[in-house]
Every structure is written in structure tokens, then in C-alpha cells.
Write a protein that binds this ligand. Structure first.
Ligand code: APR
Length: 234
């Protein structure tokens, strides 16, 4: 497939749980993270839903309430500020809405959204529920049980082709707060172009994707510095 031209005015951000950590939301794989406290196969798979839907609902009800109570941080706001001068597309693995509440206008949620519920018979029936819980007995317009609008392990990631296209034409790419442990999301970094400026922001010193420079530190501290540089503030 012919590669689209690189758009120097387009910035694509690929974010993970680390950008929401300064807002008080737990990451998944850091010490004490979500997958230290819950088993994926008990709360985040279609099989878990079939076996014990109430337990799955409780898991996401708790996270939805936490996300609704959290506030965007300087990292989310810095990314939104880039929209003053650039076309910015945020591709996030996160299911909170902190990018939107931080001011970003274009957010692609690969793994779904906590603030939405979905029908279990018609996936096009999606409802905005904010921070409210989903209970057993809550039904869609067609009478079926509502489920979290979340991509469980083993389910298809949302809007992935769209995300790939955006990444392939980006003139600047920022990967922030992700361990790049989960595919296909992590594979998006390989769509970043050789000629694009590529930066990875992370608290830890870890393996970095080819061609990326790394800025170590917390997203809410590092991103404002990077954004100031890109907006010509320095
Ligand atoms: N600033 C920047 N990076 C941070 C910060 C911070 N304040 N705190 C943690 N990090 C980094 C960690 O070093 C790690 O690299 O964020 C990353 C968090 O990695 P994970 O917990 O694996 O989260 P994520 O990469 O988003 O997980 C991907 O896995 O379970 C699935 O669907 C879930 O979307 C999630 C996916």
C-alpha cells in the first residue's frame, strides 16, 4: 500500500495509563497496578462476562466512578494546547475521558470508554452514562442487558485502521505513558514514519521503539516542556 505523505502539521499522540497516573488513576502493570489486584480472566474477558456478569460490572463500576472523580492533569492539557498550531490526533488505550476533559478535540479510544454502556444484542446501541454504575437488569432499548463499552481481551480493538492511517501521516509522534505490552495498540509505533519526529515520554527507563528519543519523567511534568518547545515557546 502506498505510504501517505507525511504532514508536518499533524501530531499524533499514542497514550496509555501513565498519562492518567498523575490524575490518581491506577496503571495496569506498575507495582500495585490493576493487574496486581485483579485477574484479567475474572473481570476483563467475554468468558468472565458469561460466567459472572455482576463481578465484571462491579469492576468497571468502580473504575468508572474513579475516572469520573479524577481531573485532567498538565499532561492532558499540554496535548490539548498543541491544537493552537497543529492538527492533533490522540490515539489512546485509556478508557477514561481525561483527554477530552483536558481539551483535546480528536480522541480515538482503541479500548473503549468507561463513560459509555452498550447493548449486548446490538453493538451500535451505545449510551452515555457518565460516572453512573451499570447494574444487572439495566437494559438497552431492545431489552438486552447493558455491558461496559470496553474492549475486553480477545475482542476486536476499535477504530484501529483509522488510527494506523493517522499514525502513518504524522509529522510528529508522541508515545506517552504506555508499556507497549498490549497488541495491536503497541504495534502502532511501527507505523510512525522514519522521517517523523518521534518522542517517547515515560517514567521508567525501558525498551524504546526504534527511532524514538526518550524523555524520562512524569507525563504531567515532561509534556508541558515538550509542548512549549514545539509551540516555539522556548
Ligand atoms: N508519567 C509517564 N509515564 C508513566 C507514569 C507517569 N506519571 N506513571 C507510569 N508511567 C508509565 C509506566 O512506566 C508504564 O510504561 O506508564 C506505563 C503504564 O503501562 P501499563 O500499566 O501497562 O498501561 P498501558 O500501557 O496503558 O496498558 C495497555 O493494557 O490491560 C490493558 O487495556 C489495558 O489499555 C490497557 C493496555
Amino acid at each position: 500500500m502506498a505510504k501517505p505523505p507525511i504532514n508536518p502539521q499533524k501530531i499524533v499522540v499514542l497514550s496509555g495509563a501513565g498519562i492518567s497516573a498523575p490524575s490518581g488513576l491506577a496503571t495496569f502493570r506498575d507495582g500495585g497496578g490493576i493487574w496486581d489486584r485483579y485477574k484479567i480472566e475474572e473481570v476483563a474477558t467475554p468468558e468472565a462476562w458469561a460466567k459472572d456478569p455482576a463481578r465484571v460490572l462491579d469492576f468497571y463500576n468502580e473504575r468508572r466512578a474513579q475516572a469520573a472523580a479524577a481531573l485532567p492533569n498538565d499532561g492532558h492539557r499540554a496535548i490539548a494546547e498543541l491544537e493552537k498550531r497543529f492538527e492533533v490526533v490522540v490515539i489512546t488505550q485509556n478508557v477514561d475521558d481525561l483527554h477530552e476533559r483536558g481539551g483535546s478535540g480528536r480522541v480515538i479510544h482503541l479500548h473503549g470508554e468507561l463513560r459509555k454502556a452498550r447493548s449486548t444484542v446490538d453493538p451500535t446501541l451505545v449510551y452515555e452514562i457518565g460516572g453512573a454504575p451499570i447494574q444487572i437488569g439495566d437494559r438497552c432499548a431492545q431489552g438486552s442487558q447493558l455491558r461496559p463499552h470496553i474492549v475486553w481481551f480477545g475482542e476486536e480493538v476499535q477504530r484501529f485502521e483509522e488510527a494506523e492511517e493517522e499514525m502513518r501521516s504524522a509529522g510528529k509522534v508522541v508515545v506517552v505513558g504506555t508499556s507497549l505490552a498490549v497488541f495491536p495498540a503497541a504495534g502502532l509505533v511501527r507505523r510512525a514514519r522514519y522521517g517523523a519526529e518521534k518522542v517517547m515520554v515515560d517514567l521508567e527507563i525501558g525498551p524504546r521503539p526504534y527511532g524514538f528519543t526518550v524523555m524520562h519523567g512524569s507525563a504531567d511534568k515532561v509534556l508541558p516542556t515538550l509542548v512549549k518547545r514545539w509551540l516555539g515557546g522556548e
